[in-house]
Ligand binder design. Structure first.
Ligand code: ADP
Ligand code: G6P
Length: 460
């Protein structure tokens, strides 16, 4: 891990904490937080981020031994920077333009202003030569802004979502500013090789980067290293949950409460149009009709976490998903036996892994996704090596998980045919595939990922 004296400053849109019902801070669940927490504790340092609600400024405080440094956002910032430029311009553009991105100069002005605030805060708390690790699409201007303020620190950037092909990225009116912003880092890392190469192509075209090797770009008299660093999950944590008595009981209860259908199919996503939930439901509907299956044969459980509910496209996506659930149940349910179970809420880790254990088939079919951790979580949770993963070829995870049943998530008929194949797959084939998948996912967890990213950052 290089020089252990260098502290680590993490900069991300959200702080890794949330308030519980009693108004006390608690650490948020999630792999990224659990991977970075020991590093922050070991080296010392701080996490800079938004506390999550407009107009709220808790200042600097500590939770579970980690220094939290809040960057407050006003209601206008939340509108222009978060809902607007981050989630209605960049998010759809970077996800292959599966919905039209909106371009508004006022949103851009807000994005620049808020990025400047994050960079200023990071600059004010970083010690001499510290490591500063900036995360995700909300903060792409921070590396160059921070370098201008603090040329002594080492700056890393990781993009958790895809980086679009140059043909798509070039639509962005602010393409030069974004690429120059990222080129302010010493290391820029992505989920897949394709994302890294897409960035290098845009950095050459719009950011003034040069050099024949996409892994080592020259910019402003410096070398900027570009690489792929696919993120993993907390393998041991999921394994422990999947083998616990409580989670096994939850899985058993779930099968019983659904009336023990022959097969249970599962989907778990944030409710986001990039996740392809509607097309997936249509594929399920097609299978019920074509194969004349009833709820005693197969049922579908969709768990959808509420997300970005103030953005109109998210409201429309929710309406379409709920319309489809109603339609499929109207046509296929029997009294007391739905064909589709739909939960619009976040669930506890125990219930989540209980669902992974109960499901014979997991459908992870985003239209586009940076990685998709749900796919990896399902695989690690299947400790008995059975179960079938149907995975979109447009999820970053498909680069590593070739033994899943890969599908085009836009193709309802192909997904329906693949679902039939999954429902009929014999146990020997299930085990052969699941063993191979488990080997890949368990070979490198989120802790290895964080270590690798940091060692790249400390290499001069
Ligand atoms: P994204 O980052 O786009 O939301 P990922 O699949 O990479 O997609 O990560 C989602 C994370 O959120 C996973 O760790 C998953 O376990 C968690 N998650 C998804 N749905 C739920 C839910 N309903 N309740 C709790 N956690 C969820
Ligand atoms: C994706 C993004 C993250 C983001 C998360 C939840 O995983 O890559 O940066 O934090 O979604 O979205 P939210 O808008 O609620 O932060």
């Amino acid at each position: 891990m290089g020089n252990p004296d260098r502290r680590l400053v993490v900069v991300a849109n959200r702080l890794p904490v949330q308030m519980d019902e009693a108004g006390q801070w608690e650490t948020s669940p999630g792999g990224l937080v659990s991977a970075l927490a020991p590093l922050l504790k070991g080296r010392g340092g701080a996490w800079v981020g938004w506390p999550g609600s407009a107009g709220f400024d808790p200042g600097e405080f500590q939770v579970d031994g980690i220094d939290q440094v809040a960057v407050p956002l006003s209601a206008e910032d939340e509108d222009g920077f978060y809902h607007g430029f981050s989630n209605a311009t960049l998010w759809p553009l970077y996800h292959d333009g599966v919905r039209p991105p909106e371009f508004h100069r006022t949103w851009w002005a807000s994005y620049v202003e808020v990025n400047r605030r994050f960079a200023g805060k990071a600059a004010s708390i970083a010690g001499r030569g510290d490591l500063v690790w900036v995360h995700d699409y909300q903060l792409q201007l921070v590396p160059a802004m921070l370098r201008a303020l603090r040329p002594d620190v080492r700056i890393g950037f990781f993009l958790h979502i895809p980086f679009p092909p140059v043909e798509l990225f070039s639509r962005l009116p602010w393409r030069s500013a974004i690429t120059e912003g990222l080129l302010g880092a010493d290391v820029v890392a992505f989920q897949t090789r394709k994302d890294a190469q897409n960035f290098a192509a845009s950095a050459r075209r719009f950011g003034g980067a040069t050099g024949p090797d996409w892994r080592r770009l020259s910019h402003d008299g410096r070398v900027v290293r570009v690489d792929r660093m696919p993120i993993g999950i907390d393998v041991a944590g999921f394994h422990a949950l999947a083998t616990s008595d409580e989670v096994r009981r939850i899985a058993g209860d779930l099968r019983r409460h659904t009336g023990n259908p022959r097969k249970l199919v599962l989907g778990v996503d944030r409710l986001d149009y990039t996740k392809g939930i509607d097309v997936r439901l249509r594929a399920f509907q097609t299978v019920l009709e074509r194969e004349s299956l009833g709820p005693e044969d197969v049922q579908f459980l969709q768990i959808a976490v509420p997300s970005r509910e103030a953005v109109p496209l998210y409201q429309e996506t929710r309406e379409e998903v709920e319309r489809l659930v109603g339609q499929i149940n109207g046509e296929n349910a029997r009294a007391g036996r739905p064909a589709v179970h739909y939960l619009y809420r976040s669930v506890d880790p125990e219930d989540l892994v209980g669902a992974y254990l109960a499901a014979d088939v997991m459908m992870v079919t985003p239209l586009r996704d940076g990685m998709n951790l749900v796919a990896k979580e399902y695989v690690v949770s299947r400790v008995d090596e059975t179960g079938v993963l149907i995975l979109s070829e447009f999820a970053g995870a498909s680069e590593q998980l070739g033994q899943a049943l890969l599908v085009n998530p836009h193709d309802v008929d192909q997904m329906a045919a693949t679902l039939v194949r999954a429902l009929e797959m014999d146990e020997a084939e299930q085990r052969r595939r699941m063993r191979a998948l488990r080997r890949v996912v368990t070979s490198s967890d989120v802790f290895d990922w964080a270590e690798k990213c940091l060692s790249m950052l400390v290499e001069e």
